[in-house]
Design a binder for this molecule. Structure first.
Ligand code: NDP
Length: 277
């Protein structure tokens, strides 16, 4: 299985599962739980959530889904920037742990750069690590300037990942951030890897996928899986979708297909400000 290495020491499958909007609707709950569990069975053990998603509803749903299988999961959650003071981060983490029904997170991210000094957030992350409440910490939506500031803050070099928007239609990070992350041996997490399903409407992508006998979602994910040091976290609300997505791990794309994708979705020809959803 294609994998990435986090914190220079732990291998993770390069495909995980997102959960934004999960838990919002009672009618979808059964499917969402089944989908997350099926994904784990298929090896998608990284589950990404956040205190922001549905104001805790997503974390509660994830908690219910993973309750019988917590040990198999690499669990990721995020603290809101407004909460990310020294004491606020610790309090937010405790609340997330309660909603998730677990005693620790595998990875805890600062959701985006915010008003609190990074030294406070890092101090809180380190305290949480010492207490065994989180294993690794990282950031999200940090552009190269934010990363530079982080790396110049004491302890900042221990950042395990930056979770950013990355898919065929959002390739800006290939100009600067991705090569730098690769050089630093730091994996990135690619969020909205199928552009919240908008990418699937591309006629060009549909045609190429159908010529290959795969779906457009699989082609978009298989492309991301060719990128070095990238862990993609598609959100799938049904077992059928998660099964399709997991199968992308087994798809090898030819040079010809990659060239065709570059024509359809060109990479950056200069620096582009980090895009955010
Ligand atoms: P995605 O790009 O993962 O797209 C999700 C959409 O694609 C859903 O509508 C889903 O439908 C659909 N879909 C999934 N698989 C298939 C398939 N095989 N065929 C057809 N449709 C499919 O968008 P997200 O924004 O959800 O991004 C993924 C995750 O990244 C989030 O859930 C969240 O965990 C994280 N994220 C982080 C952000 C950050 O700021 N750090 C910002 C945005 C996202 P269905 O539900 O019906 O399966």
């Amino acid at each position: 299985m294609k994998s990435i290495t986090i914190a220079k020491q732990e291998q993770l499958p390069a495909l995980g599962q997102g959960t934004w909007y999960m838990g919002d609707s009672a009618a979808s709950k059964k499917d969402e739980i089944a989908s997350l569990r099926r994904g784990v069975e298929l090896g998608l053990k990284v589950i990404d959530t956040a205190e922001m998603y549905g104001s805790g509803k997503s974390e509660r749903l994830v908690g219910e889904a993973i309750e019988p299988i917590r040990d198999e999961i690499f669990l990721v959650s995020k603290v809101l920037p407004y909460n990310a003071s020294r004491s606020g981060t610790i309090e937010a983490c405790e609340q997330s742990l309660k909603r998730l029904g677990t005693d620790h997170l595998d990875l805890y991210l600062l959701h985006w750069p915010g008003p609190n000094p990074l030294s406070e957030t890092i101090g809180a992350f380190e305290e949480l690590q010492k207490a065994g409440k989180i294993r690794y910490w990282g950031v999200s939506n940090f552009d190269p300037n934010d990363m530079a500031e982080l790396l110049s803050t004491q302890g900042g070099e221990r950042v395990a990942t930056n979770q950013v928007l990355y898919n065929l239609t959002r390739r800006g990070i290939e100009w600067d951030f991705l090569p730098q992350s690769n050089a630093d041996d730091m994996p990135i997490m690619a969020y909205s890897p199928i552009e919240q399903a908008r990418l699937l409407k591309s006629k060009g992508l549909q045609k190429l996928a159908s010529d290959l006998g795969i779906t457009a979602a699989q082609l978009a994910l298989a492309w991301l899986l060719t990128r070095k040091g990238v862990l993609a976290i598609p959100k799938a609300g049904t077992p059928a979708h998660v099964e399709q997505n997991a199968a992308a791990l087994e798809i090898d794309l030819s040079e010809e297909t990659l060239t065709e994708l570059d024509h359809l979705f060109p990479g950056p020809s200069g620096p582009i400000p980090l895009e955010i959803l």
